[in-house]
Design a protein around this ligand. Structure first.
Ligand code: GLC
Ligand code: CA
Length: 570
């Protein structure tokens, strides 16, 4: 490989040199195909009334920040009144706002303000389960003959005998016995999150009505939570993999989704499905613009690679997997691009190198995933390269999943330090800490003790510092977003993997009408060299290194990332 010694841009480059205006460039595509999304975890974004919990008014106050990033839509994580068992994903009331987040009037103001700023809003909707304190479930418990009883999933049993071996995603049996019903109810997640019975048409009608109600309030779309969980194995028999097998009937889910389609369609709602475990043919069907149900699906193949293959990232497998998804949705359907959300640790910690190359690897990861074909999502704090939270005590953890895990491992005799080490790498709380705005106490998030400890970082990382630093992760992300939004090839160009056949590089090309861009990322801690492509006829547009313009650099440094524009061959 030979790098072109002509024009070289540092990461402080000026993109307008390329003559791409600020105007949107796609013609007849859907708006979300040229959009960049930003996920907000409301309890940790900004606290305006100093009770230690972020709120809707905090989002409204930071619309300028969203404008600075140039995002087109926000996805706001669950803010409904809830039992606070699963941070809002145990809904007690679907038509409302939890008091700690504000009021419906605050919500309406937020929608109006976002729309005035030309930013769309997507809200979260947990469809698979409610809180055990939801009036439907309370009615079901109070009277087993009530119509609400059949809103949930029951199996007859006696005390202490689970109807089968199904397990909750959070650990333990997925069944909880209820004496008056002489039956157990199913909960794929926590005990206090009983699963809704989607076989019951009344449940589907309720959900359609709820969607309509929010559409009437002006929301632009939904992130439908856990859709792959909706259909349960009908015979309730034991399964081979007790944590997953009982809810993976995607054909069955399709029947339910068909009932939601009219309300989604008639309101022109942008729909994002959280689809853990989905297979490719199903994803293709669900994303079919005519016969499908979703605009985007969030699938997790690429993040599970990390979980299964510590400590070294299996680049070859990752390359292969992401490429399969890129190709599967190349002509029909569209990819959602993400490396973080509220259920994952921080990307710089799980994929990057937060110790030796925090900034560099955070930027490399950004360039790597954001410029693939698809709609990128950025999760709050990712644009600052925030690493994992690093809590030293189980008492600092708030996430139920983490706390249950701690308890079950302790019961098995695993040492405290070992479990804390695991949680430090894997806990969902790693990415749920207060967003750091400035150098003030609690990062300017709140004057009150936050509901969860801020991330412990050696260097100071916050918006104020990062936005004044031309070499910051934040500045780099802004540039990536601008590129993505203004270069047609980076939006609709074909994706093509360049297989470097090594265990370090991820290289791909984006091509549109003879215009070619090349993305080269070293996703390892060692320098890399490759012969697999020729950089001679190319200009480097973006890099996360301060490259010497005259150098003839053939090595790609650890976590170095480069974007090249290939000149058209005469
Ligand atoms: C979704 C949410 C997650 C929650 C789960 C159960 O996966 O993203 O936070 O724990 O649903 O409600
Ligand atoms: Ca607050």
């Amino acid at each position: 490989m030979k790098a072109n010694a002509g024009l070289v841009f540092t990461n402080n480059n000026r993109l307008h040199k390329f003559g791409y205006g600020r105007k949107r460039v796609m013609g007849d595509a859907q708006w979300w195909q040229h959009a960049v999304g930003y996920q907000i975890y409301p309890q940790s974004f900004l606290d305006t009334n100093n009770d230690g919990i972020g709120d809707l008014a905090g989002i409204q106050q930071q619309i300028d920040y969203l404008k600075t990033l140039r995002v087109d839509f926000v996805w706001v994580s669950s803010f409904y009144p809830s039992g606070d068992v699963d941070n809002g994903y145990d809904v007690m009331k679907y038509r409302g706002v939890a008091p700690q987040f504000g009021t419906l009037a605050d919500f309406d103001r937020l929608v109006a303000a976002l729309h005035a700023a030309d930013i769309k809003i997507v809200i979260d909707l947990a469809l698979n389960h409610t809180s055990s304190d939801h009036p439907w479930f309370k009615a079901a418990l109070a009277d087993p003959t009530s119509t609400y009883h059949d809103y949930y999933i029951w199996q007859p049993t006696t005390l202490d005998v689970a109807p089968n071996n199904w397990e909750s995603v959070f650990g333990g049996s997925a069944w909880t016995y209820h004496a008056a019903s002489q039956a157990a109810y199913l909960h794929t997640f926590a005990r206090k999150q009983p699963d809704l019975n989607w076989e019951n048409p009344a449940v589907r009608r309720e959900m359609s009505d709820i969607i309509q109600w929010w559409a009437d309030r002006g929301v632009d779309g939904f992130r439908l939570d856990g859709v792959t969980h909706l259909k349960k194995q009908a015979d309730f028999a034991d399964v081979a993999a007790p944590r997953t097998d009982y809810y993976r009937d995607f054909t069955g889910v399709t029947t339910y989704l068909a009932d939601l389609k009219p309300v989604l369609q008639r309101n022109h709602l942008f729909t994002i499905g959280e689809a853990g475990g989905i297979d490719m043919p199903t994803a293709q069907r669900w994303l079919d613009p005519d016969t499908g149900f979703f605009d985007l699906l969030l699938e997790f193949d690429h993040v599970h690679y990390w979980e299964n293959a510590e400590p070294k990232l299996p680049i070859a497998a990752l390359r292969q997997n992401l490429t399969r998804w890129q190709l599967a949705l190349a002509d029909k359907g569209w990819n959602a691009l993400f490396i973080e959300n509220h259920d994952l640790p921080r990307a710089v910690s799980y994929y990057g190198n937060p110790v030796d190359y925090r900034r560099r690897s955070a930027k490399a990861l950004g360039l790597w995933y954001l410029l693939m074909k698809g709609t990128p999502f950025i999760y709050q704090g990712q644009e600052l390269g925030l690493p994992n939270a690093r809590f030293d005590s189980i008492d600092d953890y708030r996430d139920l999943d983490s706390r249950l895990y701690y308890r079950s491992q302790r019961a098995k005799g695993v040492s405290e330090s070992k479990i804390l080490e695991q949680l430090a790498a894997k806990s969902r709380d790693n990415a749920r800490t207060p967003f750091p705005w400035n150098d003030e106490p609690n990062g300017g998030f709140s004057e009150h003790q936050p509901w969860i400890q801020p991330t412990q970082v050696v260097e100071r990382i916050n918006v104020e510092r990062e936005s004044h630093d031309p070499y910051s992760v934040f500045t780099f992300y802004r540039q990536l977003i601008q590129l993505k939004k203004t270069v047609p090839t980076l939006q609709k160009g074909r994706y093509e993997l360049i297989d470097t056949k090594d265990d370090q590089l991820y290289v791909y090309r984006r091509t549109y009408n003879g215009d070619n861009w090349l993305i080269v990322v070293n996703m390892s801690n060692e320098a890399a060299t490759t012969q697999e492509f020729d950089l001679n006829p190319s200009e480097m547009i973006v890099t996360n290194m301060r490259v010497d313009a005259a150098s003839d650099e053939t090595q790609i440094q650890p976590w170095e990332a480069r974007l090249y524009h290939l000149r058209k061959l005469e």
